[in-house]
Design a protein around this ligand. Structure first.
Ligand SMILES: [Zn+2]
Length: 445
C-alpha cells in the first residue's frame, strides 16, 4: 500500500553569508522575545489575580493575553524591536505555541506541585517565602545565553525549495532580505518525489548551522500480517535491555568512557577567565567531546534498532516512565547515558516502515512481578530492584528477573496477536482487556 510518510533529513550548512546569519539570529531573537513577552504577561496576571500555588494556570483567553500581532505592535514603539517585523512570521507564532505547551505541561503536574529545592533552602536559611516564580515547571524567561537557538518555518506553495545544494527559505514582506539562501552539505540527496513540509534551522553551541528538513514521502509499505517472530524487551540498567531469549544488549557506556577526559577538560575550562579567547577555545574542546559522545550513542542505537527491526515481526516493550528513572540519584547518569527513550522511537518507526508491529505494554501490566510459567503475581518484587533472581512461591520455578520480565512482555505480544487475528469480534482494542492466561503461551494457532 502506498502511504505518505514524514521523514526528517538533517544537513549542515557548509557556508553562510553574513546577511543570512544576521537574519537567522533575528529570527531566533524574535522567537525568544515573543516567548518572554508571554511569560511577562502571565506573571503580571498571576500577581494581580492572587494566584495560589495549587491552582491551575488559566487559559490564554482568560488572562487576556494579547495576540502575536498585538505584541508586535507594542514592540514597534520600543527601540531595537522593529526587527520583529523583519523576520519570518512563523518564528514569533512558534513562541506562542511553545508557551501554550508549557502551560499545559504545568497544569498536568498539578497533583505533585512543588517548590524548587533552591527556593526551599532560601526559605530555611534566609526566611524568604517562596512565590509562584519558584514552582517547578512554571514557564520562565528564556535567556539569550546558553540556550540552543532554533526556529521553524513552513512551506507554503513552494516558498521553501532546494536548488543546486542551496536551500531557499522565505523571509518577511518588509524584510530587506527577500530570499534567504543557505549552502548545504548534502551528503545524501532528499528522496525522489519528496515534498518539503517544514524546515527547522538550528544554531549549535559552536555557531554552526544545521537544518532539519521534514519531507513527506510516498512509501510502499507491505504489512506482514500475522507476526511470527515476537520479541519482548525488558529495560535493564546494567545491560540496556534483556530480551526473552536471555540475550543482553551490552551497551558500551560511551559517556562513562569519556567521563574522565571530559572532567579534565571541563576543569581546565573552569579555570580560564570566562569570555576570554582561551576560554572560548576550551569551550569548543568540551563541546566537541560532548557531541562525540552523543553521536556515538546515536549511531549505536540506530544500528541496534535496525538489526532488531529486520529480524522480528513484533517487538514489545514496557511503558516505562523514563523521566522518573532519570530523576533517581542512583540511576540518573546511567539512564541518561543510554538513551533508551530514543531507542524506542527508532525501533517504532523502523518497524512501522517495514509494516511490522511495535507495542508498548500498558503501565498496569506488571511484567516484572508475574511468573512467566504459572502467572502468579509475586508482589515482593515491586520496587525492590535488588532481587535479581527469585523462585516462584507458587510453582517453584527459578527466574532471572529481567528474562522473566521480557518473557512476560513477549507473552503480552502473543495475546495481542491472538485478539487481533482470531477474535476480531472483540474489536481492535480488545487486547487491553486481555487477562493473563499463562497456559496459552505457545498455543497461538
Ligand atoms: Zn510460577
Amino acid at each position: 500500500m502506498l502511504e505518505l510518510v514524514n521523514r526528517g533529513y538533517v544537513y549542515r550548512a557548509s557556508s553562510i553569508s553574513q546577511e543570512a546569519e544576521t537574519y537567522f539570529r533575528q529570527c531566533f531573537g524574535a522567537k525568544r522575545k515573543m516567548y518572554n513577552l508571554h511569560v511577562a504577561h502571565l506573571y503580571d496576571y498571576l500577581e494581580k489575580s492572587n494566584y495560589q500555588p495549587e491552582d491551575a494556570l488559566p487559559s490564554l483567553k482568560k488572562m487576556g493575553m494579547p495576540t502575536v500581532s498585538q505584541f508586535k505592535k507594542q514592540c514597534l514603539n520600543e527601540d531595537n524591536m522593529a526587527y520583529l517585523y523583519l523576520v519570518d512570521a512563523f518564528a514569533a507564532n512558534e513562541a506562542k505555541q511553545h508557551f501554550n505547551k508549557a502551560i499545559t505541561a504545568f497544569n498536568k503536574t498539578a497533583h505533585k506541585r512543588q517548590y524548587k529545592k533552591s527556593a526551599l533552602k532560601r526559605q530555611k536559611t534566609l526566611g524568604i517565602e517562596p512565590t509562584f516564580h519558584d514552582l517547578k515547571g512554571m514557564p520562565k524567561f528564556k535567556s539569550r545565553k546558553g540556550s540552543k537557538a532554533s526556529y521553524t518555518t513552513f512551506n507554503q506553495n513552494g516558498t521553501i525549495y532546494i536548488k543546486d545544494d542551496i536551500l531557499y527559505l522565505p523571509s518577511a514582506q518588509k524584510s530587506p532580505v527577500k530570499v534567504v539562501g543557505l549552502k548545504l552539505n548534502t551528503h545524501r540527496p532528499l528522496p525522489q518525489d519528496s515534498k518539503i513540509k517544514h524546515v527547522t534551522v538550528t544554531m549549535n553551541t559552536k555557531g554552526q548551522y544545521d537544518v532539519s528538513i521534514c519531507v513527506e514521502i510516498p512509501m510502499e509499505i507491505t504489512r506482514v500480517g500475522m507476526p511470527n517472530r515476537i520479541l519482548g524487551l525488558d529495560y535493564s540498567q546494567s545491560h540496556f535491555f534483556v530480551d526473552n531469549e536471555g540475550k543482553k544488549a551490552n551497551y558500551p557506556y560511551y559517556y562513562l568512557e569519556m567521563e574522565e577526559r571530559l572532567a579534565k577538560e571541563r576543569r581546565v575550562l573552569s579555570r580560564r577567565v570566562k569570555g576570554s579567547n582561551r576560554w572560548e577555545k576550551q569551550r569548543l574542546v568540551v563541546s566537541r567531546l560532548e557531541t562525540k559522545v552523543a553521536n556515538q550513542r546515536k549511531d549505536w542505537l540506530h544500528k541496534k534498532a535496525y538489526a532488531l527491526a529486520n529480524r522480528y515481526d513484533m517487538i514489545v516493550v514496557e511503558n516505562l516512565d523514563l523521566r522518573a528513572i532519570g530523576q533517581n540519584k542512583y540511576y540518573a547518569k546511567n539512564q541518561q547515558d543510554n538513551g533508551f527513550g530514543n531507542f524506542r522511537l527508532y525501533l517504532k518507526y523502523k518497524l512501522e516502515q517495514r509494516g511490522k508491529y511495535f507495542i508498548k505494554a500498558p503501565k498496569k501490566f506488571a511484567s516484572t512481578q508475574l511468573c512467566s510459567v504459572c502467572g502468579h503475581k509475586h508482589t515482593a518484587l515491586k520496587g525492590n530492584v535488588s532481587i535479581r533472581k527469585w523462585n516462584c512461591p507458587s510453582c517453584g520455578t527459578h527466574h532471572d528477573r529481567d528474562v522473566n520480565s521480557a518473557f512476560n512482555l513477549k507473552h503480552y505480544g502473543e495475546c495481542y496477536t491472538k485478539k487481533k487475528f482470531y477474535h476480531r469480534s472483540l474489536g481492535f482494542n480488545a487486547y487491553k482487556r486481555v487477562a493473563w492466561s499463562p497456559n496459552s503461551t505457545s498455543s497461538l494457532v
